[in-house]
Design a binder for this molecule. Structure first.
Ligand code: GAF
Length: 377
């Protein structure tokens, strides 16, 4: 068997902007899902996961669609990718997939896309070598949207496939989506921006609150629908087309107004942060923008939780330059930008705050911009 890996991601800034045709700025995490894979000749897919040692899933390639509701939920991610290759006309003779994930599940760090993308690059190399990275992103997303039923945007799969070590990935989702399968590494829709936090004596801390978030739950889909309704009332194809907060005031419903204000201000935050990093400024200068992003997700988009808010407050009180919840929300993780020498003190401060507030002990990771999906051996 050969092995492929794909990373989770943390978004520096740009949350809930991807499905509004806006801007995002993720890095890949040094936490990956591994997929060992080998062709088998009997027309069946066998999936095992080191995290589910008691379950082996075996399905005929021809039956993938019909069996969708009968297979265990976790296996829909890998099976959905196989089904999507087949749906797009690629011949999969049969395959063994052995999965091992180190991206915490439900932590808002994109464990799902890491899983889908690890399987997708494995299948590409084994069965469909002409499929481009750009197509792989669409394919992995289509599998999650369709077979799994999670209505995600393009952020997570793009980050897992395209991120490179030492860089943040700037994506203009509208241009990126419009470029489609033909896009190459130099296309206008995406750009690798050097993000050398170590040079500035900084560290990125991820705090997993342990409260899982779920994209197949209603909250994420409801936010998407609210954004679409806000764009429709403003008479634009997507909230990306609104760049002044004043214009948001024309929306009649107060909730939709808040949702739209988050997206409009968040897009502006991505552009400002990207420009600061592009021009080589000290990343400390993005700290307050990250914290403003958190306030916007908490107050306008209403996807934060008391534990996420407590983690943000604790890191800031302990001297972090900025902090915010990451990912879809309703649980998950916080990202904090801290001076390297204060990392331990900030972690301790969060643990103490969580213990006092009666929250479960959080998991903390020091992360940096890592490589995107690749073959491991
Ligand atoms: C989840 C989704 F999968 C992404 O597409 C994105 O919308 C994100 O939430 C919020 O920015 O990770």
């Amino acid at each position: 068997m050969q092995t492929w890996v794909a990373p989770g991601r943390v978004n520096i800034i740009g949350e809930h902007t991807d499905y509004n045709d806006g801007f995002v700025l993720p890095i890949a995490l040094p936490l990956v899902v591994e997929c060992a894979a080998a062709e088998r000749g009997d027309g069946r897919v066998r999936v095992v996961s080191r995290q589910r040692p008691d379950e082996t899933v075996l399905v005929a390639v021809a039956d993938l669609a019909a069996q969708r509701d009968r297979v265990p939920g976790w296996s829909r991610y890998p099976l959905g990718v196989v089904a999507e290759f087949v749906r797009r006309g690629h011949r999969i003779a049969g395959v063994d997939l052995v999965l091992d994930g180190a991206v915490p599940i439900g932590a808002g760090l994109s464990s799902s896309a890491a899983l889908s993308c690890a399987v997708a690059i494995a299948l590409r190399d084994l069965f469909a070598p002409t499929v481009t990275d750009r197509e792989l992103i669409d394919l992995a997303r289509a599998a999650e949207n369709g077979y799994v039923g999670a209505p995600t945007g393009l952020l997570d799969q793009s980050a897992s496939i395209l991120c490179t070590a030492g860089h943040a990935l700037f994506l203009d989702i509208r241009r990126f989506a419009a470029e489609g399968a033909g896009a190459n590494a130099n296309s206008a829709g995406h750009e690798q921006i050097t993000f050398d936090i170590e040079r500035f004596g900084l560290a990125l801390l991820v705090i997993d609150t342990g409260q899982p978030h779920e994209l197949v739950d209603g909250g994420y889909g409801e936010r998407r629908a609210q954004c679409e309704a806000a764009a429709a009332e403003l008479g634009v194809p997507a909230l990306r087309d609104i760049d002044s907060v004043a214009a948001v005031g024309r929306i009649s419903d107060a909730v939709l107004r808040r949702r739209a204000r988050h997206v409009v201000t968040e897009n502006a935050r991505v552009l400002t942060v990207a420009e600061k990093l592009r021009s080589g400024q000290d990343p400390r200068s993005i700290g307050t923008i990250l914290t403003e992003g958190h306030a916007s997700l908490r107050d306008d988009f209403e996807v934060s939780t008391p534990a996420l808010d407590a983690a943000v407050a604790a890191t800031l009180d302990a001297g972090a330059h900025g902090a915010r919840m990451v990912g879809g929300g309703f649980g998950g993780s916080v990202l904090a930008l801290v001076d390297r020498e204060h990392t331990g003190a900030v972690m301790d401060a969060v643990r103490i705050r969580f213990a006092r507030s009666g929250f479960a002990e959080p998991r903390t990771f020091v992360v940096g911009p890592a490589a995107g999906a690749h073959r491991a051996d």
